[in-house]
Design a protein around this ligand. Structure first.
Ligand code: NI
Length: 136
């Protein structure tokens, strides 16, 4: 029996979408308001899902307290109330789009989840706009 265990998380962060190697005009053309040089913020919501066989001893796929702790350390402590472009090293040379943020979250969490369990990240940048990454 493969079962999926999920937990919701949240962080507030500022960002700006732009490429250093593009002109201001091209950044403005491609990223529009999201390229505002003074940054802007989002209330990011995420759902982290872990899928695998139920452990016959504990009855758990993963202890959700463990999942909570990993999300706090790898996502919330790292990103909450930060400027992603300036304060989060992973985005020093990586555009902090929802797509790239979901990949960064996955890559930070993956080593801390047992290898036989599948991991999926769903990241909401707004209540209507969200992306999903599961390592492929
Ligand atoms: Ni934005």
């Amino acid at each position: 029996m493969r079962v999926t265990v999920s937990r919701k998380g949240h962080f507030n962060a500022a960002h700006r979408l732009y490429r250093k190697d593009w002109s201001d005009d091209k950044n403005q053309l491609v990223f529009d308001k999201c390229s505002n040089p003074n940054f802007h913020g989002h209330n990011y919501e995420l759902i982290v899902s872990v899928t695998g066989e139920i452990d016959q001893e504990t009855g758990y796929v993963i202890d959700i307290k463990t999942l909570k702790e990993i999300m706090k350390e790898e996502v919330e402590d790292a990103f909450d109330h930060k400027n992603l472009n300036i304060e989060v090293p992973e985005f020093k040379d990586l555009n902090p789009t929802a797509e790239n943020i979901s990949v960064v979250i996955y890559n930070k969490m993956r080593p801390r989840i047992k290898p036989h369990l599948d991991l999926e990240i769903t990241l909401f940048e707004t209540p209507r706009n969200f992306v999903t990454y599961s390592g492929n």
